[in-house]
Design a binder for this molecule. Structure first.
Ligand SMILES: [Zn+2]
Length: 414
């Protein structure tokens, strides 16, 4: 490695983040830039333009991923990939994903200011629709790149029957060409993602840099409760089979089970009923929720414990429950690459705290393609997916410095 690179230009980074925060849906709270919306397209066009101005070889692929490539000295060396996503959740903040995209652009600017030419190609990416959609498909862009956005995902539909493919087409993308968005894993040396922590641990530890060891697995479940429809005025309390009451008990069971586990969390997103009337006892109720844990065995145990409590709930309420679930196991970040990131942090003058991520990221899909690692910067108060989401500019600058160092260290390897 030659001389140390100069630091990130935080004034430019600040301006870029502020500009992106103007490309939002004013009908929604916070800073909302929903995947495949008009504002999402405007932000991606702007990022595409920024990449062109940096002299990158740029394309926006059929699913909306914006990809810019900085040529390396060795045409046979695989690319180092850096980036994140620029879409947000409804009511989201200005930093989730955006810090990683703007930070990746700044890495290119730092390299150019310092006249550093990497041996590897550097691929900068703004992944499309990381946050998901009403069709229930997250990580759309990185799945397309990894080749895991199959016909089933494209056919997934929202409550009105609109498919993901239709949503993508409405945003000007070409779902029928999703196959051509796929990357060849032989072309990728490594993936490095800078992201805000979205939790309170870095702040609590007084650390400015986190290195992610693994990304939590998620078990999403649907619990269907079958009761009996009866008159709310004439049916004695003792003879009811009230599906909604059993569902309410199940919601609290999720909370109790997760709270008594080591590191697991559990959340119910919705409870619905077929008879939302006060004069009728609910016949059917549905509880949708999830458990998360960084440990696959713990994740299985959380679900098994939940499943194990259901017979008692049925006995109490006279109901019958059916539990269905889908498990996405934890994604393990590459150990050697994570060590390299920790070394990059040390060289940039920061101690790195190792931690797992409770939130999912494009790194989950990328880790199946190539060795992947993540750099976290602190979230004030641990707040995220809300308008109050905040990360100090100085911390963002530190994160970009570590990312730059990590790219250079990785570039020294084959
Ligand atoms: Zn994110």
């Amino acid at each position: 490695m030659s001389s140390a690179s100069s630091g990130a230009d935080t004034a430019w980074v600040d301006e870029a983040i502020k500009h992106l925060s103007t490309l939002v849906d004013s009908d929604l709270p916070g800073w909302s830039r929903i995947g495949f919306s008009e504002q999402d397209a405007a932000a991606r066009d702007w990022i595409h333009q920024q990449m062109l101005e940096l002299g990158l070889d740029v394309r926006t692929d059929p699913v909306g991923n914006v990809i810019g490539r900085l040529e390396g000295q060795d045409p046979n060396a695989p690319d180092i990939v850096i980036g994140s996503h620029s879409d947000t959740v409804p009511g989201g903040g200005r930093f989730d994903g955006i810090v990683g995209v703007v930070g990746a652009l700044e890495v290119v600017r730092v390299l150019q200011r310092s006249n550093i030419r990497l041996r590897h190609g550097l691929r900068v990416v703004d992944f499309s629709n990381e946050e998901g959609n009403p069709q229930g498909i997250k990580l759309v862009g990185s799945r397309a790149v990894a080749g895991t956005l199959g016909p089933e995902a494209l056919a997934a539909s929202d409550e009105e029957g609109r498919t993901l493919a239709a949503l993508m087409a409405s945003g000007g993308r070409s779902p029928q060409e999703v196959g051509s968005a796929r990357w060849n894993r032989r072309d990728i040396a490594a993936y490095l993602e800078l992201h805000i922590e979205q939790g309170p641990r870095l702040e609590a530890a007084g650390a400015s840099i986190g290195v992610v060891t693994r990304i939590c697995g998620i078990s999403t479940f649907v619990l269907d409760v079958h009761g009996r429809r009866d008159h709310a005025g004439t049916t004695p309390m003792s003879t009811r089979a009230d599906a909604l009451c059993c569902a309410a008990d199940a919601v609290l069971a999720v909370q109790r089970i997760a709270a008594s586990s080591d590191d697991g969390v559990g959340t119910v997103g919705a409870v619905t009923t077929t008879s939302p009337l006060t004069n009728t006892i609910s016949e059917e109720a549905r509880v949708t929720g999830e458990f998360r844990s960084a440990d696959e065995t713990d994740l299985e145990e959380l679900l098994q414990t939940f499943a194990g409590t259901l017979p008692a709930l049925d006995a109490r309420h006279g109901t019958r429950t059916d539990l269905a679930w889908k498990m996405d196991p934890p994604a393990i970040m590459d150990e050697a690459l994570s060590d390299l990131v920790a070394e990059a942090a040390r060289r940039a003058g920061h101690d790195a705290l190792r931690l797992y991520s409770g939130a999912t990221h494009d790194s989950v899909e990328m880790s199946a393609m190539a060795p992947s690692a993540m750099i976290f910067v602190p979230s004030v108060g641990g707040r995220s997916h809300c308008p109050e989401e905040w990360t100090d500019l100085a911390d963002i600058g530190r994160g970009i410095d570590v990312l730059t160092q990590a790219v250079r260290l990785r570039d020294d390897l084959p």
